[in-house]
Design a protein around this ligand. Structure first.
Ligand SMILES: *Cc1c(COP(=O)(O)O)cnc(C)c1O
Length: 361
């Protein structure tokens, strides 16, 4: 019904939002909760906004089962700003920050950490063009390790960590592209960060979940806006937050709750991913998955066809059928279907069907 004119959106990010969320936002656009204003026009110090803000934090706490000794912070600057903030706040002189490289985003995170202090690479799968999550040995971490940084889902290459290590040092997770896609154990991490625009909402807000004890590492010498303590001490209201983005994030969290929470979402995500991987595996080599079987991502399905020519025809016909966002990232080539939480199962069914038909032609 209301999805009639909605695109079959497989964009990598910003990505599809639930139609229900957009309709709800539209309904209240001119008059939010009787204020006679949109959320965008409210003071960020007002009661109605406070309810949105605190509601988003507490809902995320509930959905992700975040323990009390963690803070939930809302920042700006995207996940990319966290590449700098993490080492600025958590890496002390005389310590080393350790990185596991599983794709382009982890490389970028490492690049920023190098500007701040000493770094090391615990493992990397660069040599195989990041087609898997690399093997590593935690006992290889030196005793001066400040933290271990991982990227839980590699948006560009289509690989995903299937479980997380019990790290002896604080584990830092860039979860931008798979946060809230399945239940995780937050207490395995010292800090989790995610730009909202893949699984949580629109761009403009970045979520940071940090263990309170780690805040002691942030010194007052840091620029105020780049210090996690500023956000923790002021409920992320030291300055004007991206109010509309936080409002939409809150609506997405309500939607996840209505779906039955993260466990229910995971089941649907499993079905969605299986549809596409089955289409790849049953095509007898017509489609080739980029990721190795045990590292396959349930959020970004990457695959190539036998030739660039075939890929071009595939993408062209897909476009004519109304599919959007299937071009692979230039570093992998081929195709990528991003199937985040908000991508409806029926859209993925349509894509799997199209892939089958195309390969049979
Ligand atoms: C998209 C993405 C980023 C970059 O996020 P921005 O909010 O654009 O800075 C970082 N890491 C991962 C894993 C991503 O998918």
């Amino acid at each position: 019904m209301y999805c009639m004119n909605r695109a079959l959106n497989f964009n990598a990010g910003p990505a599809a939002l639930p139609a229900e969320v957009l309709i709800e936002a539209q309904k209240h656009l001119l008059n939010f909760n009787g204020t006679g204003m949109s959320v965008m026009e409210l003071s960020h110090r007002s009661k109605p906004y406070e309810e949105v803000h605190d509601g988003a934090i507490s809902k995320l706490r509930t959905l992700m089962n975040i323990p009390d000794d963690y803070e939930v912070l809302f920042l700006q600057g995207g996940a990319s700003t966290q590449f700098s903030m993490v080492p600025m706040n958590l890496l002390k002189e005389g310590q080393t920050a350790s990185y596991i490289l599983s794709g382009a985003w982890s490389e970028k995170a490492l690049k920023e950490a190098k500007k701040v202090g000493q770094t090391s690479i615990l493992a990397s799968s660069k040599e195989s063009n990041y087609n898997s999550i690399p093997e590593f040995t935690l006992s290889d971490l030196s005793s001066d390790t400040a933290y271990l940084h991982i990227t839980s889902n590699n948006t560009i290459f289509g690989t995903q960590w299937q479980s997380f290590p019990d790290s002896p040092v604080p584990l830092i997770g860039d979860m931008s592209s798979d946060i809230l896609s399945k239940p995780i154990q937050v207490d395995q991490f010292g800090l989790i960060y995610a730009g909202a625009q893949k699984n949580l909402g629109p761009s403009g807000v970045t979520v940071v979940i940090i263990k309170k004890s780690l805040l002691e590492r942030s010194t007052d010498a840091l620029p105020t806006m780049l210090n996690y303590k500023t956000y923790a001490d002021n409920n992320s209201l030291y300055n004007t937050p991206p109010t509309i983005a936080i409002y939409l994030l809150k609506l997405v969290l309500d939607w996840v709750e209505n779906q039955g929470g993260v466990t229910a979402i995971e089941k649907i995500n499993d079905q969605k991913a299986k549809l596409l991987y089955d289409a790849i595996d049953e095509s007898e080599g017509f489609y080739n998955g980029h990721a190795t079987l045990n590292s396959r991502s349930k959020m970004n399905v990457t695959f190539t066809l036998q030739s660039e020519e075939a890929t071009k025809v595939f993408l062209q016909q897909a476009k004519e059928e109304g599919f959007v966002g299937l071009n692979g990232h230039r570093s992998v080539g081929g195709c990528r279907a991003s199937i985040y939480n908000a991508v409806p199962l029926e859209n993925v069914e349509k894509l799997a069907e199209f892939m089958k038909k195309f390969s049979q032609k």
